[in-house]
Design a protein around this ligand. Structure first.
Ligand code: ASP
Length: 345
């Protein structure tokens, strides 16, 4: 008989780990070391579950790159002893965090599934149990002795997504996430249906796990809007120590073609600030040069974010800046998929 998969549950914080104190009606953090006692359904899963929790669980609005490093260190320290990882975080910044973890770990051969919930695990109408139980099932799922998933994913409300393709789209509905530019990897109904064709397949050759903990955080997001002034853009691009900018442009990557605007971007690029063009639209692609209003962006060295999400672009920018690449190399790596986060076209 084959041995049961070992799954490590990592609780960082967020609504999922809260229970209601029925005497006071207040939500309070749940002691994760007691998870098996509190959710006896977990005993029925065909895996061995261990859990670990942040000493002080956080609301995901307080997430930052130091916590990313803590999550990656937990995975690194336990990588050989576990077959899969389920990371519980608040949903508010889950797409940012899971995207970053996807870049911080290279040659991953095991599933890392992020999940959380809109209602606390102790609430009568909670979505937490389904999200948690199915995430553990996905992290344990194997075919011909190999894990079905070997990438960083996000599971929420019956759908499994590639994490670095997701965006939080709703603060109230259980269906809180969307992956506009890449299909779901699995859907859970009566059966758990994996969509093999879209799931990342690691190379047969066993490549060593590479962990990167160095991220550059001197970056910002500049969202365009009609009426944005020269004064504002100038002051943003002159931020002390600025290394990279995610430029949220319009439609297919269009921006004002006014001279002052292009000159400010040019000046920033000449100071080695990397500028990435992503669209404000929730779906679709940046195609620099498709309209007149984006031809010059390409010519002055703005990098195309193609169909990447803003969340994933932030993570990829933090990672690639830490590699100290020339503009040509940086552009080459940014515009090509490293973890399936961007389409290869
Ligand atoms: N504010 C919470 C958080 O992101 C919401 C949630 O858990 O979904 O930590």
């Amino acid at each position: 008989m084959s041995k049961k998969p070992n799954i490590l549950l990592v609780y960082t914080g967020g609504t999922i780990g809260m229970i209601k104190d029925y005497k006071t009606n207040a939500l309070k953090a749940f002691d994760f070391s007691q998870i098996l006692e509190k959710i006896p359904e977990l005993e029925q899963l065909n895996c061995v579950i261990k859990s670990i929790s942040f000493d002080v669980p956080i609301d995901s609005s307080n997430m930052n790159t130091l916590y990313y490093k803590d999550i990656v260190s937990i995975i690194e320290d336990n990588y050989h002893d576990f077959d899969g990882f389920v990371i519980l975080t608040g949903s508010d910044t889950m797409s940012y965090t899971s995207s970053a973890i996807s870049f911080m770990i290279e040659n991953l051969q095991k599933p890392i599934i992020f999940t959380g919930s809109q209602l606390p695990i102790g609430d009568l109408r909670t979505d937490a149990k389904e999200n948690l139980i199915t995430s553990i099932e996905i992290a344990s799922a194997r075919k011909e002795g190999k894990p079905i998933i070997s990438e960083v994913c996000l599971y929420f409300e019956y759908k499994l997504y590639r994490a670095n393709r997701t965006t939080k789209i709703n603060a109230e509905q259980f269906e809180a996430f969307a992956s506009m530019n890449y299909p779901n990897l699995a859907e859970s109904g009566v059966y758990l249906n994996f969509r093999d064709h879209y799931i990342y397949k690691p190379s047969e050759e066993r490549k060593e796990l590479i962990i990167r903990k160095n991220l550059v955080t001197d970056i910002l997001i500049l969202k365009l809007f009609p009426g944005i002034t020269e004064k504002v853009v100038k002051s943003i691009l002159n931020t002390v120590d600025l290394k990279g900018v995610i430029l949220e442009s319009y439609g297919a990557g269009n921006a004002p073609d006014e001279v002052w605007f292009l000159n400010l971007l040019k000046e920033a690029i000449s100071k080695d600030i990397r500028i990435i063009n992503v669209t404000q639209c929730s779906g679709g692609n940046v195609i620099q040069g498709h309209y007149e209003t984006s031809i010059e962006l390409k010519q002055i060295g703005v990098v195309s974010g193609k169909d990447i999400t803003t969340e994933s672009a932030v993570a990829k920018l933090m990672y690639l800046l830490s590699e100290n690449l020339t503009l040509d190399k940086f552009t080459y790596y940014f515009e090509k998929p490293l973890r399936g986060e961007i389409s290869d076209k």
